[in-house]
Write a new protein. Structure first.
Length: 166
């Protein structure tokens, strides 16, 4: 029997800590980490000015990565995708990667209060000033309006990570 790597991906509001957790899991599991933010910045530098640009460029990136990620998983290496799975439609892309071949997967749902997300966004604005224009409360409110937590009916292996305001 063939041994595949595990596909690990995330669902959580903007600022919930998806990138931080993805890097931690990749280190701990010796996995390949693929960050959407890094790939978008490399392929489309300075071109993402607003949320609609992000949607457009993200959509263009995903077909390129799909087969690449599947090949890595089939070679037995775990892949951590730091891409948001915040809507049913976004999560369908992840399912398309693993479902045909029965590749194991884990969906981490970061169930984090809005107040914590906003606090972390403000901190990220300081640490990554190049993102400050996008990491605002206004953008957070718009993006959060589309957020759909995973449902049992979607069939994912979900691990819930909760954080409360300290």
């Amino acid at each position: 029997m063939r041994s595949y790597g595990t596909l690990i991906f995330f669902c959580g509001k903007m600022g919930a800590g998806k990138s931080t957790l993805s890097a931690k899991i990749a280190r701990e599991r010796g996995a390949v980490l693929i960050s959407e933010d890094e790939w978008l910045a490399a392929f489309f530098p300075g071109e993402i000015k607003d949320f609609n640009d992000y949607i457009s460029y993200s959509y263009r990136l995903k077909p390129v990565l799909r087969s690449h990620v599947e090949q890595i998983l089939m070679a037995g290496t775990t892949v951590v995708l730091d891409f948001p799975g915040n809507t049913k439609k976004q999560r369908t892309w992840f399912k398309d990667i693993y479902s045909q071949r029965g590749i194991p997967h884990e969906l981490y749902h970061l169930a984090v209060d809005d107040e914590i997300c906003l606090k972390q966004l403000k901190q990220r604005q300081k640490e990554q000033p190049e993102r400050a224009q996008f990491d605002t409360e206004e953008v957070f409110r718009v993006v959060t309006g589309y957020f759909e937590p995973p449902e049992v009916s979607e069939g994912f292996n979900v691990k819930v990570v909760e954080r409360e305001l300290a």
